[in-house]
Ligand binder design. Sequence first.
Ligand code: C5P
Length: 223
Amino acid sequence: MGYKSIAIDGPSGAGKSTLARRLAEAMGYLYVDTGAIYRTLGLAALRHGVDAEDSSGVIALLGQVAIDLRHGEDGLQHMYLDGEDVSTAIREPRVSRYASGVSAIPEVRAFLMDMQRDLARRQNVIMDGRDIGTVVLPDADVKIFLTATAEDRARRRYAELTERGTDTDFDTVLRDIIARDEKDTQRAAAPLRQAEDAIAVDTTGNTLEESFRQLLGVVRAGV
Ligand code: C5P
């Protein structure tokens, strides 16, 4: 018997990671945040002075740096770059832009695919990202496409960033979200789109609790 997998895809700031983490806790599954993997490579590019749009530079970087994903005793995912825990550093807005850039390179996606599939081979997982239901785990037991309006997502992201002490303003966050949406949906390699068999859940105007209850119902009905 194989393990169960739940795929949650959608644009930035729809609440994927918070909701997926809570769902994983409720279901006893491992939560895998795939965006963090792209962010770690984005951070590597930033630190090595490699432009995120420079495909050959980024591909060369894949052979020079070590990217690891480990789950702590607390069940939380930590990302390591050359042995350093970069779980906090990868949340910076400029790293988001680098992550979006490097993730558009097909060789990068192919390279990071095994890491993601391996995790789902070894335990029950809830994995969130952009192409989990369409590319990484096309046979996932439940696929959810989580959306919300750009304004709603920017409001949440802005609150998150200011709470973390990042100096930014709402308009910049909204502009960043719209630019990343455009990049993630327009790119040729594994663009963000809803899988045909995914269930769409729109969280606009919902409290976190409302979205969580809704998702838990969808997930429990599917596994
Ligand atoms: O989800 P998060 O905002 O952390 O992801 C950062 C970036 O990584 C996204 O904007 C997207 O370009 C990329 N990404 C991706 N495929 C995934 C997860 C994230 O291309 N499965």
